[in-house]
Design a protein around this ligand. Structure first.
Ligand SMILES: [Zn+2]
Length: 297
């Protein structure tokens, strides 16, 4: 303990917030407030082809209507290219990252073979020993080089503050993951870890759909000499078909003419009772409940 609490909500501006993303926003806000922390908002516009013009401002307005107000300036990942380049270079310098020349087709073919061998679609490590004269397309993490240099076990073990004990064998289940993509854009994994480090994020609270990234986001900060945050993954909002609500399957945007109603629905997903309002009182009540449910970890 004694570590200053710093949390964040990091939406991708691929559309408006929907009920599922509001759950993650509310949970991360409550966790920060319950532990006397600061709450940052970071716009994850690291994947320009998927971003929608104006969605960032619209999301900030939605958060504001819900009284989820960031402490300090909002950050945009599109303005952080130099920091990502610096991080990649530091990994390359140590031999912990390498260029990959594989085309998507070659990777797909190798993945099929890998799947038959290991029952998991992982990158086969084709370019780990060099490009043999082929041009670099993407850059990848050398997972096993980092694990062995830092004396990390092959199977990462960690405690999720809601899901409990978690584990993943990165080399077998994920492989050497991409840090910079063949289309020239930064991979989410690198950007999020560099930004969490730069903002001294101590606690990550986000949707359970992102839980599978956690082992990569424990390895990367270690490799970059950054502190690893504590993780808490929130329940997902499921649609009538039982699938996760997302912008991709046309989740309805929030009706923010009634922010209390939208926030009550989000609170219920998090296992808290709805509140008659007004919204500031509801937020205060939920913050108290949250503090009793989740120690800072
Ligand atoms: Zn390759």
């Amino acid at each position: 303990m004694g570590k200053r609490y710093s949390g964040r909500f990091a939406p991708s501006p691929t559309g408006l917030l929907h009920p599922g993303s509001l759950v993650a926003a509310l949970a991360s806000w409550l966790d920060a407030k319950a532990h006397q922390g600061v709450w940052h908002v970071r716009i994850e516009d690291v994947d320009p082809p998927r971003c929608v013009k104006g969605a960032d401002q619209a999301i900030l307005e939605q958060l504001s209507a819900c009284l989820l107000l960031p402490d300090g300036a909002v950050q945009w990942q599109s303005q952080r290219q130099e920091a990502y380049a610096y991080a990649l270079q530091s990994l390359l310098d140590k031999g912990w990252a390498y260029a990959c020349a594989c085309s998507r087709k070659e990777i797909d073919t190798n993945q099929v073979q890998a799947a038959m061998r290991h029952q998991a679609p992982v990158y086969a490590g084709t370019c780990r020993e060099g490009l043999k004269g082929k041009p670099a397309r993407a850059w990848r993490m050398n997972v096993q080089a980092v694990q062995s240099a830092l004396n990390m076990p092959a199977t990462s073990l960690w405690q999720d503050r809601r899901l409990g004990k978690q584990s993943q064998n990165l080399a077998q289940e994920v492989g050497d993951f991409v840090l910079k993509r063949a289309d020239g854009f930064w991979a989410y994994q690198l950007a999020v870890v560099v930004d969490d480090g730069a903002q001294s994020i101590s606690h990550v609270v986000r949707g359970e759909d992102l839980a599978d990234n956690t082992a990569r986001q424990i390895l990367l900060p270690r490799a970059l000499g950054l502190a690893t945050p504590a993780y808490l993954h929130t329940p997902l909002v499921l649609g009538a078909n039982g699938e996760k609500l997302s912008k991709q399957n046309q989740a309805q945007a929030l009706d923010l003419s009634q922010p209390l109603l939208a926030m009550n629905q989000a609170a219920q997903v998090l296992g808290m009772p709805s509140h008659p309002g007004p919204l500031p009182k509801a937020l205060a009540a939920w913050t108290q409940m949250w503090a009793q449910t989740f120690a800072a970890g």
